[in-house]
Design a protein around this ligand. Sequence first.
Ligand code: DHB
Ligand code: MG
Length: 227
Amino acid sequence: VGAPAAAAVDAYVEQTVACPGPEFAEVQRRAEEGGLPAIEVSAAQGKHLELMVRISGARHVLEVGTLAGFSTLWMARALPAEGRLVTCEVEPHHADVARANLDGAGVGETVDIRVGPAEDTLLSLVDEVASGARPPFDLVFLDADKAGNPRYLELVMEMVRTGSVIIGDNVVRGGAVLDAESEDPDVQGIRRFLTLQGQHPRLEATAVQTVGAKSWDGFSLAVVTDG
Ligand code: DHB
Ligand code: MG
């Protein structure tokens, strides 16, 4: 399947079923105005994340990698009234744009943006969950630097429960994930991340390849089990 055809199908999916409201165009407008890279998930993928939150009945969602808050908004608006989303972002400017976007879209109260290296934020969250200050997360979306994924997964496993869902973005990377000798730390991070999930006694996982506006890539999906 050629990339242009796949992108056209994404546009069709966007119009027929994903149906992003005007608030998503506003998110992308602020991202562009702020000079952020246009590497957010597609609308079709964002709606997929929204549906994962709804299907899982998640009330506490963790996202690693906020960027302008596009995927954040898809997931946040799927939460029930008492639901909360924590999202980690290392770039203060990205966090500022995301804050404007999420406030503008009316989910500002639902979303806690934590600015700083993801590992530091995750370590704090592990303490908060361990002390009972916050409940475990029901759904986690990993979409920051992919070299960090093995460490992020290790920390995430300390703050989930049986039945929690873990989703990873960009696990195929145009097929580059196959290259065991790759010198790209993101490729090696994803390879280790997938291997850890395949071997983990408390995870059942898979990865699904995608094409479309975002080219050839894929999501990983895992559920936490009793082990
Ligand atoms: C990049 C990061 C992403 O999360 C993505 O979905 C696409 C590209 C990147 O860092 O280039
Ligand atoms: Mg991504």
